[in-house]
Write a protein that binds this ligand. Structure first.
Ligand code: HDL
Ligand code: ZN
Length: 416
Protein backbone atom coordinates (compact mmCIF):
# COMPACT_ATOMS: atom_id res chain seq x y z
CA UNK A 1 0.00 0.00 0.00
CA UNK A 2 1.49 3.36 -1.04
CA UNK A 3 1.39 5.75 1.91
CA UNK A 4 0.34 9.27 1.27
CA UNK A 5 2.77 11.95 2.28
CA UNK A 6 0.48 12.95 5.11
CA UNK A 7 2.06 12.60 8.50
CA UNK A 8 -0.88 10.97 10.24
CA UNK A 9 -0.99 8.02 7.78
CA UNK A 10 2.72 7.47 8.34
CA UNK A 11 2.53 7.77 12.12
CA UNK A 12 -0.40 5.37 12.29
CA UNK A 13 1.27 2.82 10.02
CA UNK A 14 4.56 2.99 11.96
CA UNK A 15 2.78 2.46 15.29
CA UNK A 16 0.83 -0.48 13.84
CA UNK A 17 3.95 -2.10 12.37
CA UNK A 18 5.87 -1.72 15.65
CA UNK A 19 2.94 -3.20 17.54
CA UNK A 20 2.52 -6.12 15.13
CA UNK A 21 6.19 -7.13 14.97
CA UNK A 22 7.49 -9.59 17.57
CA UNK A 23 10.96 -8.48 18.67
CA UNK A 24 13.93 -10.55 19.82
CA UNK A 25 15.18 -9.32 23.21
CA UNK A 26 18.89 -9.87 22.61
CA UNK A 27 20.26 -9.15 26.09
CA UNK A 28 18.52 -9.95 29.38
CA UNK A 29 19.27 -11.46 32.78
CA UNK A 30 16.23 -13.71 32.60
CA UNK A 31 16.49 -17.49 32.85
CA UNK A 32 14.57 -20.35 31.26
CA UNK A 33 12.62 -22.29 33.93
CA UNK A 34 14.70 -25.43 33.18
CA UNK A 35 17.59 -23.65 34.94
CA UNK A 36 15.84 -24.02 38.28
CA UNK A 37 15.09 -21.08 40.54
CA UNK A 38 17.54 -18.63 38.95
CA UNK A 39 14.82 -16.59 37.25
CA UNK A 40 13.41 -13.59 39.12
CA UNK A 41 9.72 -12.67 38.83
CA UNK A 42 6.81 -11.22 40.82
CA UNK A 43 6.16 -7.98 42.65
CA UNK A 44 8.80 -8.22 45.40
CA UNK A 45 11.55 -8.76 42.82
CA UNK A 46 10.13 -5.99 40.61
CA UNK A 47 10.09 -3.47 43.47
CA UNK A 48 13.56 -4.39 44.78
CA UNK A 49 15.20 -4.05 41.31
CA UNK A 50 18.62 -2.49 41.85
CA UNK A 51 17.60 0.58 39.87
CA UNK A 52 14.90 1.19 42.53
CA UNK A 53 17.24 0.43 45.42
CA UNK A 54 19.50 3.23 44.14
CA UNK A 55 16.48 5.55 44.08
CA UNK A 56 15.36 4.45 47.56
CA UNK A 57 18.60 5.61 49.17
CA UNK A 58 17.97 9.10 47.74
CA UNK A 59 14.52 9.40 49.29
CA UNK A 60 14.76 7.51 52.58
CA UNK A 61 16.72 7.87 55.81
CA UNK A 62 17.40 4.12 55.78
CA UNK A 63 21.08 3.24 55.67
CA UNK A 64 22.23 0.51 53.25
CA UNK A 65 23.37 -1.85 56.00
CA UNK A 66 19.93 -1.59 57.68
CA UNK A 67 18.23 -2.18 54.32
CA UNK A 68 20.32 -5.25 53.52
CA UNK A 69 19.35 -6.72 56.91
CA UNK A 70 15.65 -6.63 55.98
CA UNK A 71 13.64 -9.48 54.43
CA UNK A 72 12.88 -9.25 50.69
CA UNK A 73 9.25 -8.42 51.50
CA UNK A 74 10.37 -5.83 54.05
CA UNK A 75 12.66 -4.22 51.48
CA UNK A 76 9.84 -4.19 48.91
CA UNK A 77 7.39 -2.65 51.40
CA UNK A 78 9.90 0.10 52.22
CA UNK A 79 10.59 0.89 48.57
CA UNK A 80 6.89 0.85 47.69
CA UNK A 81 6.03 3.22 50.55
CA UNK A 82 8.98 5.53 49.86
CA UNK A 83 8.95 5.75 46.05
CA UNK A 84 5.31 4.96 45.18
CA UNK A 85 3.21 6.24 48.13
CA UNK A 86 5.17 9.08 49.75
CA UNK A 87 6.50 10.18 46.33
CA UNK A 88 5.15 10.14 42.77
CA UNK A 89 6.64 7.31 40.64
CA UNK A 90 7.76 9.56 37.78
CA UNK A 91 11.25 8.05 37.26
CA UNK A 92 11.70 5.52 34.41
CA UNK A 93 12.16 2.57 36.76
CA UNK A 94 9.30 3.44 39.13
CA UNK A 95 6.88 4.15 36.28
CA UNK A 96 7.83 0.76 34.88
CA UNK A 97 6.45 -1.04 37.93
CA UNK A 98 3.22 0.94 37.60
CA UNK A 99 3.00 -0.09 33.94
CA UNK A 100 3.42 -3.78 34.87
CA UNK A 101 0.67 -3.63 37.52
CA UNK A 102 -1.60 -1.84 35.04
CA UNK A 103 -0.86 -4.41 32.32
CA UNK A 104 -2.23 -7.14 34.62
CA UNK A 105 -5.26 -5.05 35.66
CA UNK A 106 -3.97 -4.55 39.20
CA UNK A 107 -4.42 -1.40 41.28
CA UNK A 108 -1.52 1.02 40.79
CA UNK A 109 -2.15 3.30 43.78
CA UNK A 110 -2.47 0.80 46.64
CA UNK A 111 -0.85 1.66 49.91
CA UNK A 112 0.37 -1.94 50.17
CA UNK A 113 1.60 -4.73 47.92
CA UNK A 114 -0.82 -7.36 49.23
CA UNK A 115 -3.10 -7.50 46.15
CA UNK A 116 -0.09 -7.74 43.85
CA UNK A 117 1.51 -10.45 45.98
CA UNK A 118 -1.65 -12.53 45.86
CA UNK A 119 -1.90 -12.12 42.08
CA UNK A 120 1.69 -13.11 41.29
CA UNK A 121 1.55 -16.00 43.78
CA UNK A 122 -1.36 -17.38 41.76
CA UNK A 123 0.60 -17.49 38.49
CA UNK A 124 2.07 -20.66 36.98
CA UNK A 125 5.55 -19.67 35.80
CA UNK A 126 5.68 -21.10 32.28
CA UNK A 127 2.27 -19.69 31.35
CA UNK A 128 3.23 -16.43 33.07
CA UNK A 129 6.32 -16.24 30.84
CA UNK A 130 4.14 -16.71 27.75
CA UNK A 131 1.80 -13.98 29.00
CA UNK A 132 4.64 -11.54 29.77
CA UNK A 133 6.31 -12.13 26.40
CA UNK A 134 2.98 -11.65 24.63
CA UNK A 135 2.33 -8.38 26.49
CA UNK A 136 5.90 -7.26 25.71
CA UNK A 137 5.65 -8.21 22.03
CA UNK A 138 8.77 -10.37 22.09
CA UNK A 139 9.12 -13.90 20.71
CA UNK A 140 12.25 -14.83 22.64
CA UNK A 141 14.74 -13.53 25.20
CA UNK A 142 18.51 -13.99 25.25
CA UNK A 143 19.90 -14.93 28.65
CA UNK A 144 23.20 -14.13 30.41
CA UNK A 145 24.78 -17.42 31.51
CA UNK A 146 27.84 -17.58 33.74
CA UNK A 147 29.70 -20.92 33.77
CA UNK A 148 31.64 -19.77 36.85
CA UNK A 149 28.52 -19.08 38.90
CA UNK A 150 28.45 -22.28 40.98
CA UNK A 151 24.66 -22.32 41.31
CA UNK A 152 24.06 -21.85 37.60
CA UNK A 153 26.86 -24.23 36.58
CA UNK A 154 25.25 -26.95 38.68
CA UNK A 155 21.94 -26.45 36.85
CA UNK A 156 23.68 -26.81 33.46
CA UNK A 157 25.54 -29.89 34.67
CA UNK A 158 22.16 -31.47 35.54
CA UNK A 159 21.21 -30.96 31.89
CA UNK A 160 18.97 -27.92 31.38
CA UNK A 161 16.35 -28.75 28.75
CA UNK A 162 16.16 -26.36 25.77
CA UNK A 163 13.36 -23.79 25.91
CA UNK A 164 12.51 -22.24 22.52
CA UNK A 165 11.65 -18.97 24.26
CA UNK A 166 15.23 -18.50 25.45
CA UNK A 167 18.74 -18.47 23.99
CA UNK A 168 21.93 -18.93 25.98
CA UNK A 169 24.96 -16.62 26.08
CA UNK A 170 28.39 -17.54 27.46
CA UNK A 171 29.24 -14.65 29.78
CA UNK A 172 32.96 -14.17 30.49
CA UNK A 173 33.30 -11.43 33.13
CA UNK A 174 34.76 -13.77 35.75
CA UNK A 175 37.29 -15.16 33.26
CA UNK A 176 38.37 -11.87 31.68
CA UNK A 177 37.92 -9.37 34.53
CA UNK A 178 38.22 -11.45 37.69
CA UNK A 179 40.86 -14.05 36.80
CA UNK A 180 42.58 -13.88 40.19
CA UNK A 181 39.40 -14.87 41.97
CA UNK A 182 38.42 -17.66 39.60
CA UNK A 183 41.43 -19.32 37.92
CA UNK A 184 41.49 -21.98 40.60
CA UNK A 185 37.91 -23.00 39.76
CA UNK A 186 39.13 -23.88 36.27
CA UNK A 187 42.20 -25.58 37.76
CA UNK A 188 39.86 -27.58 40.01
CA UNK A 189 37.99 -28.73 36.90
CA UNK A 190 41.21 -30.08 35.38
CA UNK A 191 42.26 -27.12 33.24
CA UNK A 192 46.05 -26.51 33.39
CA UNK A 193 45.80 -22.77 34.02
CA UNK A 194 48.09 -20.55 36.08
CA UNK A 195 47.51 -17.53 38.35
CA UNK A 196 49.66 -15.28 36.14
CA UNK A 197 48.23 -16.72 32.91
CA UNK A 198 51.46 -18.36 31.81
CA UNK A 199 52.15 -21.83 30.46
CA UNK A 200 49.15 -23.45 28.80
CA UNK A 201 46.63 -21.00 30.29
CA UNK A 202 45.33 -19.49 27.02
CA UNK A 203 44.92 -22.88 25.37
CA UNK A 204 43.22 -24.29 28.43
CA UNK A 205 40.83 -21.32 28.65
CA UNK A 206 39.99 -22.01 25.02
CA UNK A 207 39.24 -25.64 25.95
CA UNK A 208 37.05 -24.39 28.82
CA UNK A 209 35.12 -22.10 26.46
CA UNK A 210 34.64 -24.88 23.91
CA UNK A 211 33.39 -27.27 26.60
CA UNK A 212 30.82 -24.77 27.91
CA UNK A 213 29.81 -23.71 24.41
CA UNK A 214 29.01 -27.34 23.64
CA UNK A 215 26.88 -27.50 26.80
CA UNK A 216 25.09 -24.14 26.43
CA UNK A 217 25.03 -23.69 22.62
CA UNK A 218 25.37 -19.91 23.11
CA UNK A 219 24.15 -17.50 20.40
CA UNK A 220 27.10 -15.27 21.31
CA UNK A 221 29.78 -14.84 23.96
CA UNK A 222 29.73 -11.66 26.06
CA UNK A 223 31.73 -9.60 28.50
CA UNK A 224 31.16 -6.30 30.25
CA UNK A 225 34.30 -4.16 30.37
CA UNK A 226 35.43 -1.16 32.42
CA UNK A 227 35.67 2.37 31.06
CA UNK A 228 39.46 1.84 31.23
CA UNK A 229 39.37 -1.15 28.84
CA UNK A 230 42.18 -0.97 26.32
CA UNK A 231 43.20 -3.23 23.45
CA UNK A 232 45.88 -4.10 22.68
CA UNK A 233 47.54 -3.91 26.06
CA UNK A 234 50.02 -5.94 28.11
CA UNK A 235 47.40 -7.72 30.21
CA UNK A 236 46.06 -11.20 30.71
CA UNK A 237 42.63 -9.97 29.60
CA UNK A 238 44.03 -8.84 26.24
CA UNK A 239 45.95 -12.12 25.89
CA UNK A 240 42.88 -14.26 26.64
CA UNK A 241 40.75 -12.17 24.27
CA UNK A 242 43.32 -12.54 21.45
CA UNK A 243 44.29 -16.18 22.00
CA UNK A 244 41.14 -17.80 23.37
CA UNK A 245 37.87 -15.84 23.20
CA UNK A 246 38.07 -14.21 19.74
CA UNK A 247 39.28 -17.43 18.01
CA UNK A 248 36.61 -19.48 19.80
CA UNK A 249 33.83 -17.12 18.62
CA UNK A 250 35.20 -17.08 15.06
CA UNK A 251 35.36 -20.86 14.82
CA UNK A 252 31.85 -21.24 16.23
CA UNK A 253 30.60 -18.50 13.87
CA UNK A 254 29.10 -16.47 16.72
CA UNK A 255 29.61 -12.83 17.74
CA UNK A 256 31.47 -11.53 20.75
CA UNK A 257 29.47 -8.93 22.67
CA UNK A 258 31.58 -6.16 24.16
CA UNK A 259 29.73 -4.01 26.70
CA UNK A 260 32.13 -1.22 27.58
CA UNK A 261 32.14 1.67 30.04
CA UNK A 262 31.30 0.35 33.50
CA UNK A 263 32.89 1.92 36.57
CA UNK A 264 32.39 -1.05 38.85
CA UNK A 265 31.28 -0.50 42.44
CA UNK A 266 31.73 3.26 42.73
CA UNK A 267 29.60 2.86 45.84
CA UNK A 268 30.05 -0.70 47.18
CA UNK A 269 27.66 -0.03 50.08
CA UNK A 270 24.69 -0.30 47.72
CA UNK A 271 25.93 -3.52 46.08
CA UNK A 272 24.50 -4.24 42.58
CA UNK A 273 23.18 -0.68 42.49
CA UNK A 274 26.71 0.60 43.13
CA UNK A 275 28.12 0.52 39.58
CA UNK A 276 28.68 3.73 37.64
CA UNK A 277 29.46 4.79 34.09
CA UNK A 278 32.56 6.22 32.41
CA UNK A 279 33.64 7.38 28.95
CA UNK A 280 35.77 4.71 27.30
CA UNK A 281 38.54 4.86 24.70
CA UNK A 282 36.83 3.24 21.71
CA UNK A 283 40.10 2.78 19.87
CA UNK A 284 39.98 -0.69 21.48
CA UNK A 285 36.96 -1.51 19.30
CA UNK A 286 38.76 -0.07 16.27
CA UNK A 287 41.72 -2.41 16.82
CA UNK A 288 39.61 -5.50 17.51
CA UNK A 289 37.41 -4.95 14.43
CA UNK A 290 40.46 -4.28 12.22
CA UNK A 291 42.67 -7.05 13.62
CA UNK A 292 39.88 -9.64 13.45
CA UNK A 293 37.88 -8.90 10.27
CA UNK A 294 36.34 -12.40 10.29
CA UNK A 295 34.91 -11.89 13.77
CA UNK A 296 31.60 -10.17 14.51
CA UNK A 297 31.45 -7.71 17.44
CA UNK A 298 28.12 -6.82 19.04
CA UNK A 299 28.88 -3.64 20.98
CA UNK A 300 27.09 -1.48 23.52
CA UNK A 301 28.83 1.37 25.31
CA UNK A 302 27.59 2.83 28.56
CA UNK A 303 28.60 6.48 28.30
CA UNK A 304 26.33 8.88 26.43
CA UNK A 305 29.54 10.67 25.35
CA UNK A 306 30.70 7.57 23.44
CA UNK A 307 27.57 7.07 21.34
CA UNK A 308 28.29 9.23 18.30
CA UNK A 309 31.81 7.83 17.84
CA UNK A 310 30.39 4.28 18.12
CA UNK A 311 28.20 5.16 15.11
CA UNK A 312 31.25 6.46 13.26
CA UNK A 313 33.13 3.23 13.98
CA UNK A 314 30.14 1.21 12.79
CA UNK A 315 30.38 3.07 9.46
CA UNK A 316 34.02 1.97 9.23
CA UNK A 317 33.57 -1.67 10.19
CA UNK A 318 30.81 -3.92 8.82
CA UNK A 319 31.73 -6.46 11.52
CA UNK A 320 30.66 -4.02 14.25
CA UNK A 321 27.00 -4.08 15.33
CA UNK A 322 25.95 -1.37 17.78
CA UNK A 323 23.11 -2.58 20.00
CA UNK A 324 20.84 -1.23 22.67
CA UNK A 325 20.58 1.83 24.89
CA UNK A 326 22.25 0.19 27.84
CA UNK A 327 21.44 0.63 31.57
CA UNK A 328 21.74 4.37 32.44
CA UNK A 329 21.02 5.21 28.78
CA UNK A 330 17.68 3.41 28.69
CA UNK A 331 15.66 6.56 29.32
CA UNK A 332 13.53 8.19 26.59
CA UNK A 333 15.52 11.43 26.55
CA UNK A 334 18.75 9.58 25.73
CA UNK A 335 17.21 6.75 23.69
CA UNK A 336 15.72 9.33 21.33
CA UNK A 337 19.06 11.05 20.73
CA UNK A 338 20.95 7.76 20.27
CA UNK A 339 18.36 6.19 17.97
CA UNK A 340 18.03 9.25 15.75
CA UNK A 341 21.78 9.52 15.20
CA UNK A 342 22.03 5.78 14.56
CA UNK A 343 19.31 5.87 11.87
CA UNK A 344 20.87 8.99 10.32
CA UNK A 345 24.31 7.32 10.14
CA UNK A 346 23.53 3.59 9.88
CA UNK A 347 20.04 3.31 8.36
CA UNK A 348 18.48 0.08 9.69
CA UNK A 349 21.84 -1.72 10.08
CA UNK A 350 21.92 -1.73 13.90
CA UNK A 351 19.96 -3.23 16.80
CA UNK A 352 18.10 -0.37 18.56
CA UNK A 353 17.34 -1.96 21.89
CA UNK A 354 17.53 -4.78 24.38
CA UNK A 355 15.64 -4.81 27.66
CA UNK A 356 18.39 -5.88 30.09
CA UNK A 357 15.46 -7.21 32.12
CA UNK A 358 16.47 -8.86 35.40
CA UNK A 359 12.90 -9.56 36.50
CA UNK A 360 10.56 -11.29 34.04
CA UNK A 361 7.72 -8.75 34.02
CA UNK A 362 10.11 -5.88 33.22
CA UNK A 363 10.01 -6.90 29.55
CA UNK A 364 6.45 -5.52 29.49
CA UNK A 365 7.37 -1.91 30.31
CA UNK A 366 10.82 -1.88 28.75
CA UNK A 367 9.47 -2.88 25.33
CA UNK A 368 6.37 -0.66 25.70
CA UNK A 369 8.77 2.26 26.24
CA UNK A 370 10.89 1.25 23.24
CA UNK A 371 7.89 1.21 20.88
CA UNK A 372 6.62 4.51 22.33
CA UNK A 373 10.00 6.21 21.80
CA UNK A 374 10.69 4.55 18.43
CA UNK A 375 7.40 5.44 16.73
CA UNK A 376 7.89 9.21 16.30
CA UNK A 377 11.55 8.73 15.34
CA UNK A 378 10.75 6.27 12.56
CA UNK A 379 7.76 8.36 11.43
CA UNK A 380 10.00 11.41 11.13
CA UNK A 381 12.55 9.45 9.09
CA UNK A 382 9.83 8.33 6.67
CA UNK A 383 8.30 11.81 6.47
CA UNK A 384 11.65 13.31 5.52
CA UNK A 385 12.09 10.59 2.89
CA UNK A 386 8.63 11.34 1.48
CA UNK A 387 9.35 15.09 1.42
CA UNK A 388 12.57 14.36 -0.44
CA UNK A 389 10.84 12.35 -3.09
CA UNK A 390 10.30 8.75 -2.01
CA UNK A 391 6.95 7.82 -0.44
CA UNK A 392 7.24 4.84 1.89
CA UNK A 393 5.21 1.67 1.53
CA UNK A 394 3.96 -0.23 4.58
CA UNK A 395 6.03 -3.20 3.39
CA UNK A 396 9.16 -1.01 3.62
CA UNK A 397 8.31 -0.24 7.24
CA UNK A 398 7.71 -3.89 8.03
CA UNK A 399 11.04 -4.86 6.49
CA UNK A 400 12.91 -2.09 8.37
CA UNK A 401 11.37 -2.84 11.76
CA UNK A 402 11.91 -6.59 11.28
CA UNK A 403 15.53 -5.96 10.34
CA UNK A 404 16.30 -3.76 13.36
CA UNK A 405 14.51 -5.92 15.94
CA UNK A 406 14.96 -9.40 14.46
CA UNK A 407 16.96 -10.17 11.34
CA UNK A 408 20.08 -8.15 12.17
CA UNK A 409 20.39 -10.39 15.25
CA UNK A 410 19.31 -13.62 13.53
CA UNK A 411 21.72 -13.18 10.61
CA UNK A 412 24.61 -12.40 12.99
CA UNK A 413 24.03 -15.27 15.34
CA UNK A 414 22.38 -17.87 13.16
CA UNK A 415 19.60 -17.94 15.77
CA UNK A 416 16.97 -18.35 13.04
O1 HDL B 1 26.70 -6.22 32.83
C1 HDL B 1 25.50 -6.17 32.46
O2 HDL B 1 24.96 -7.03 31.71
C2 HDL B 1 24.69 -5.01 32.99
O3 HDL B 1 23.45 -4.96 32.29
C3 HDL B 1 24.47 -5.18 34.47
O4 HDL B 1 23.84 -6.45 34.67
C4 HDL B 1 23.67 -4.08 35.14
O5 HDL B 1 23.66 -4.31 36.53
C5 HDL B 1 22.23 -3.99 34.69
O6 HDL B 1 21.39 -4.73 35.14
N1 HDL B 1 21.96 -3.03 33.83
O7 HDL B 1 20.69 -2.85 33.37
ZN1 ZN C 1 22.93 -6.69 31.34
Amino acid sequence: MQLSKSGEDTARAVAEVLEATKFIDMHTHLFQPSLGKLGLWGIDELVTYHYLEAELFRSSEVKPEAYWAMSKAGQADLIWRTLFVENTPVSEATRGVVAVLHAFGLKTESESLEEAREFFASRELSRHIDDCFAKAGISEAVMTNDPLDPVEAAEWEKGAGKDARFHAVLRLDRVLNQWRGHWQVLEGQGYRVEAEGGGKTAGEVRRFLDAWAEKMKPVYMAVSLPDTFAYPEESLRAKLLREAVVPACRERGIPLSLMIGVRYQVNPAIRLAGDGSGKADLRAIERLCRDFPDNKFLTSVLSRENQHELCVYARKFGNLMPFGCWWFLNNPSVVEEMTRERIEMLGASFIPQHSDARVLEQVIYKWRNTRRTMAPILSQSYRLLAEDGRAVKRADMERDVRRMFRTNFERWTGAE
